[in-house]
Write a protein that binds this ligand. Structure first.
Ligand code: ADP
Ligand code: MG
Length: 357
């Protein structure tokens, strides 16, 4: 698959992506499902500055700068490019007020959409701006932990101890190679917590209580949720002020999103009235595919100002960074991925003044 240019000329009929309110049935009315997301991963050598090209694209809605996507192969240009869509005002700003400290769950029950990558790299970019940031790893796979250079073998106290054994959060937090950036690690023990929590008293509020004493120590706490809507995620949502949802720019991107939004609403009405979906970030965007362009357009039409202007490009460097235990801003500080996550950090923080330092 990689290395093959998809045949753009043969599949013309565009489709509506399944949207959250309707029952998620991504194949409905679409017998010939396009799979143009199979385009090869962008390499860093790509000359186009994707972040900048996204800026451009936003200025005239969704026309990508890449010439390959403009190769319409007989499609009416308005079909995909839709340069006449009046979406700009709606996408302009996310404008609710922001106070620190802020606890943000990064959640989407789909796996592989960029939750961990966003927790690690957004966290690092916020820390680089001078905010004090805690990345709290709530996924038993512990990828945010290793992605920030902490080996599971060296973890003494983890989020499992915080949730299940009432260990103070402070005792488990570790510094990282980035100034101002800290991590509360997770190990595979945490997989047990999903079950062990079931009979526990106030099982949905364990994390919220544990965070109460520590949340004031950080400007931002980013919770990297597991790919499920189980008790761990509910604990993350109950402990948060906001939810940030990464959406991968591919066909099944929106499948299950309705369920996630319903769960957020349930947690809001039963456990945490402050909770809101603060923002949606499009990840792994490959401007060479029509599908990515289409997903972006549909998501922006549907969610309007909740969608961050910054789109995270699909790059090899972002995917390589975790194996070095470094966020992208350290691993390759000038790469497109680093630029994108810095832009996202600006949007997420909206320039809010740090409380200290
Ligand atoms: P999740 O936490 O939602 O399961 P991850 O953040 O672990 O998703 O991402 C899944 C995979 O995709 C990882 O291998 C990661 O390195 C890779 N990845 C994430 N974002 C990007 C990106 N922007 N470009 C390239 N690869 C990415
Ligand atoms: Mg993850």
């Amino acid at each position: 698959m990689a290395g093959q240019e998809p045949d753009r000329g043969t599949r013309r009929r565009w489709f509506r992506l399944p949207m959250p309110q309707s029952p998620p049935d991504p194949r409905a009315g679409d017998p010939a499902r396009p799979n143009e997301s199979e385009a090869p991963v962008s390499s860093e050598e790509s000359p186009a500055e994707m972040v900048e090209s996204r800026e451009t694209a936003r200025d005239d809605t969704t026309t990508p700068a890449q010439p390959s996507t403009g190769d319409s192969g007989g499609v009416p240009s308005t079909d995909v490019n839709a340069a006449d869509q009046p979406q700009e005002e709606a996408v302009e700003e996310i404008d609710d007020s922001m106070t620190l400290p802020r606890v943000i769950s990064i959640a989407n029950q789909k796996g592989g959409v960029g939750k961990t990558t966003t927790a690690v790299n957004l966290g690092a970019a916020l820390a680089e701006m001078g905010y004090r940031v805690l990345v709290l790893d709530l996924d038993p796979q512990g990828n945010a932990t290793t992605g920030l250079g902490i080996s599971h073998r060296n973890v003494e106290g983890s989020i499992y101890d915080v949730i299940m054994n009432d260990t103070p959060l402070d005792d488990c937090v570790e510094p990282t190679s980035v100034k101002n950036l800290f991590v509360c690690p997770a190990t595979i023990d945490l997989a047990g917590a999903e079950i062990e929590l079931v009979p526990a008293f106030s099982r949905e509020l364990k994390l919220k209580r544990a965070l109460q004493s520590a949340r004031d120590d950080y400007d931002f706490t980013l919770i990297d949720c597991p790919p499920s809507l189980g008790l761990l995620t509910v604990n993350g949502l109950a402990a948060s002020d906001d939810v940030l949802v990464p959406i991968q720019c591919e066909y099944y991107a929106l499948e299950g999103l309705g369920q996630l939004l319903r769960n957020v609403a349930l947690v809001k009405s039963n456990l945490n009235p402050e909770l809101d979906v603060r923002g949606i970030v499009l990840t792994m965007y490959d401007a060479r595919t029509r599908l990515a362009v289409q997903v972006e357009r549909e998501v922006r039409e549907h969610f309007g100002p909740k969608v961050y202007r910054t789109v995270v490009p699909r790059t090899v460097r972002i995917s390589e960074a975790p194996s070095f235990g470094e966020p992208i801003i350290v691993f390759d500080a000038t790469s497109r991925g680093a630029v994108a996550y810095r832009e996202l950090a600006k949007e997420v923080s909206r320039g809010t003044t740090r409380r200290a330092g």
